[in-house]
Design a protein around this ligand. Sequence first.
Ligand code: PFF
Length: 462
Amino acid sequence: MKQKSGFSGQLGFVFAAAGSAVGVGNLWRFPYLAAKDGGGLFLIIYLVLVFTVGFTLLTTDIAIGRKTGKSAIYAYQEMKKKWKFLGILTFFVPVLIMTYYAVIGGWILKYITIYLTGSGKEAVESNCFTNFISSPSSVWFGLIFMFLTALIVYNGVEKGIERVSKFIMPILLLMVIGIAIFSLTLKHPVEDGTVRTGLQGLKIYLTPDVKGLTVTRFLQISLDAMSQLFFSLSVSMGIMITYGSYVKKDVNLNKSISQIELMDTGVALLAGVMIIPAVYVFSGLDGMSAGPGLMFISLPNVFYSMGLAGRIIGLMFFILTAFAALTSCISVLESITANCMELFHAERKKVTSILTVIYLAATAIIALGYSTFYVEAQLPNGSTGQLLDIMDYISNSFMMPFIALLSSILIGWIVKPSWIEEEMELNGNKFKRKKLYNVMIRYIMPVIMFILFLQSTGLLNK
Ligand code: PFF
């Protein structure tokens, strides 16, 4: 039988998986939540969750992948025939995410061109971002990003994904550390004659703000941290199952999982050091927005206030963001590709080519959701949004907690945790957090995932 392709070793796997995990979520969502949810308080809750909930979810996905050697659909089928439906459901998460991820990648590419060709002034001119996304020509940027992603996946696991991740991830880490240090050195006078400094901003970021803390607020912060964690680790969407299936049997999964957790969390924490002090120094934290607003409106203003240095930092920032988005985007396309290869017994190049055509079309449609195909949908969680937000809501807010809930029941109570434990203990390796895993997967995860799922349906807000 033809040997299944895979990562060359532990390092390639860890960089590729961390590449998937480290994405725009770390850069545009984590710092926002930390600023909104009481600084250090959010950080403490998040860290506790990473090493309990995050660890359980990541271990489950990666061990399922390596043990079965398959992607989601057949992996679940192999685990328990009747549960193939869960594999199919899981497969649809990346299928939906892929429709819009390259659109976001395209926005980032556009901002790289702004900083490459000018001082960054264009980015702070009124409604730059809104005008850009609502112009049909913005589609081209998304298409380029999609094409780039496809090219890497087309080249295969080792020659494409692993090679790119090993190149990108160390550069990304260095850039985040560099900008974070720069951010701490910032100083800027404000109207009342005082000077705001980066170190003051750091203090706000790290100090737990427990003033007026109520049980409800504590729970709200925990839910925020939980959904962030979910998204951030790229779990419960089959991606880590696919990547797990490419890991050789002699790799120690315990070590790899800890390294992936550390890298993802490290970049998120550093993104906070990079962004919060800078926003604080130049505009105070009240105006700190989330998501696209932070990345494409607030931060360009901060960069512009820095003068010449801002142009360089702005350019570096958008390049590192593009890197982060690219390694995440390839993991999404890879997971769809791998499932299709198994499903249709087809070879990679053929599958990737067909998927590329489909997703170039999908990317164009979603990008035009701000112009030609404009809709304003009311989502069950209370927010309104365009096509992109609808896809994001269905895949991330709705399907992921549901899949995690069913997976925990399947593993905890039907196939039993020992099924996973065996894989973690292969070659005599010690599964250090075995007891924790057992308790988490059987008792705690089902409850937490059920609450998260209820929250996404909007029922908890009523
Ligand atoms: N984990 C990525 C982040 O934190 O930005 C986001 C992500 C990647 C989500 C891949 C979904 C996905 F399929």
